[in-house]
Design a protein. Sequence first.
Length: 351
Amino acid sequence: MVQIKREISIMRLVRHPNILQLFEVMATKKKIYFVLEYAKGGELFDKIAKGRLTEENARKYFQQLISAVDYCHSRGIYHRDLKPENLLLDENGTLKVSDFGLSALSESKRKDGLLHTACGTPAYVAPEVLIRKGYSGAKADVWSCGVILFVLVASYLPFHGRNLIEMYKKISKAEYRCPRYFSTGLKELLYGILDPDPNTRMPISRIKRSAWYRKPVGLAVLKTETINKTCTEATTSSFTDTEATTSGLTDCIGSERNQGSLRLTNLNAFDIISLSTGFDLSGLFDEKYSQREARFTSKQSAAAVIGKLKELAWRLKLKVTKKDGVLKLATTNEEKVFLSSMRRYLRLFLL
C-alpha cells in the first residue's frame, strides 16, 4: 500500500505532454483502479522489435524522453525504471512515460542526500545502483536514458552476457561497442551519458546542448517541443504540492490536436467510463433505470441547445418542464404518436 500511495502521489504531481496522465483513482474492497490516458500506439518496445530506428526517428523519441525526465527531476521525482516497455505511444506517435511504480520522491533520500533502494530492470540499471552504496536518482535515470537511446538505434542492448553477473561486470565498467553505422555525434553523446562514474556523467543540461540532440528532426518534433515548454511553464507554480488535485483534464493533454474544442473541467472517472461505448454499466443500476438512451455532444452553448429543443417540442405539441438542470418533454396519451417523429427530427438536427 505504501508503494501504491507513493505512485498515486507522484502521478498527481506530473502534468506533461510526454507523461501518461492519471485521471482518477477508484477502489473496491479488493481492487484499486487507475483511470489513465489511453496510449493507442502501444509500447515503444514493439516498434524497436520490428527493427532499429534511424537516428532521426530515435532523436525524436529521445528528445521527448529527456523532456519528460527533466520535468520529473525538476519536481523531485526519479523514475528508476526507465526502459522501452515503459515508454508508450499515443495515436499521433507522441511518447508517453508510464509506470511510476518504482519511482521515488526527493523526500526518500537519506541524510547523505542519496537513494539507497536498489531497483529497476537489470539491463538498464546504472552501475552505482548495483553496488548498493547510495546513488543520485537523477544521474541513474540519465544512464537509463542512454541505454534506451542505444537500443533505439542499434535494436539490441549495449550490455549483455551469458548471465547477470557477467552483464553487471560490463555495466560497472561501461564495456560496450557502438556499431559502425552510429554517427560520430551519437557516439560522443553516448560516451558522455554511459559514463560509469556518476560524478562525471553528462547531466541533462549538457545533453540538451549537445550537437546530436539539438539537430532538428522536422516540424512535428518542433511542435512537440513547443507544447512541452508551454506546459512546463504553465505548471511550474501549479503543481508543487504533493496533494495536488487530479480532478479534471489537464490543459496540456491534447492541446495540439484539440485546438478550438471545448475544454472539459469537471469530467470525472465515472463520466469517462459511462461515456465509453465499450462499457456496459447497466448492471450497476435497478432495472427501472436501465432505459434506452442516446447521447450526443455539441459545440453550441447549453442555452442554444435547450432553446432548439423547446422549439422542436412546441412544434410537436409537447409540454416542456425544466427543474434542477433537467429538461423534460412530456406528452398526453393521444400525443405519444409524435414521439417517434420527434426522435427522427432530433436525429436530423444533431447530424
